[in-house]
Design a protein around this ligand. Structure first.
Ligand code: MG
Ligand code: ZN
Length: 218
């Protein structure tokens, strides 16, 4: 019984995700779902991406949070449109929530919507939103064993951003082994090594995002 209830919830969600996607396609907007653990650097990566691309890409941000507006406030300082979704305790965003957020954005004037999902490596993967790209951040201090613990998200994403590489000298983190493990699970994934603190690697990441938008608009 329980399993079929969950399936119904997911298929209702998928239906609305498809409608979100159709709306976004109509406006030629690329949507990126950014997932990570709490503290992995989702907001920081979004801010770096805005800085790198703002001269050539019209960007908006949807901030998913269980409660506060702290992250949305940081994004708003960049003078890009931002919509806050407070999930009221739910540990992931879903398609109906994104639909409400999209209604508040100037869709005719956008190329890219970045969604900061709730900090969680498990259930955000199961809830489609209508996105084109799924991205996860795996920050180095979280350890190089993350793919063993949370294989689902590493398999599902288009890109893995390894953040906080400025801290590598202080960590036991085997980068070659980590990359090999991820590629073994997901051979098509793009891997980026960045520090959102120093900016290292964030230009390469942003170039990839710009390319994805171009591909989408073709
Ligand atoms: Mg954040
Ligand atoms: Zn959840």
């Amino acid at each position: 019984m329980k399993v079929s209830v969950i399936k119904d919830i997911l298929s209702a969600n998928d239906e609305i995700a498809l409608q979100n996607r159709q709306l976004l396609d109509k406006h030629g907007i690329c949507v990126m779902n950014v997932m990570a653990s709490p503290g992995g650097g989702k907001t920081s990566l979004i801010l770096r991406t805005i800085d790198a691309l703002r001269d050539r890409v019209r960007i908006a941000v949807v901030e998913g949070d269980i409660a506060s507006t702290v992250d949305a406030d940081r994004v708003a300082k960049k003078s890009v449109p931002v919509v806050q979704i407070n999930t009221g305790g739910q540990c992931h965003l879903d398609a109906p929530m994104l639909r409400l957020a999209l209604a508040k954005l100037p869709l005719a004037d956008l190329d890219l919507v970045m969604i900061e999902n709730v900090g969680n490596l498990i259930c955000p993967v199961d809830f489609k939103l209508g996105e084109n790209l799924n991205v996860m951040i795996a920050s180095a201090p979280e350890g190089d064993d993350k793919p063993y613990k949370y294989p689902g998200i590493f398999i599902a994403v288009d890109a893995v951003v390894i953040n906080k590489i400025d801290l590598l000298p202080y960590l036991r983190f085997d980068m070659p082994a980590f990359r090999k493990l991820i590629l073994g699970m997901n051979p098509d994934v793009h891997i980026f090594e960045v520090s959102c603190e120093t900016g290292q690697g964030t230009e390469d990441w942003a170039e990839w995002v710009a390319q994805q938008i171009q591909t989408k608009l073709k």
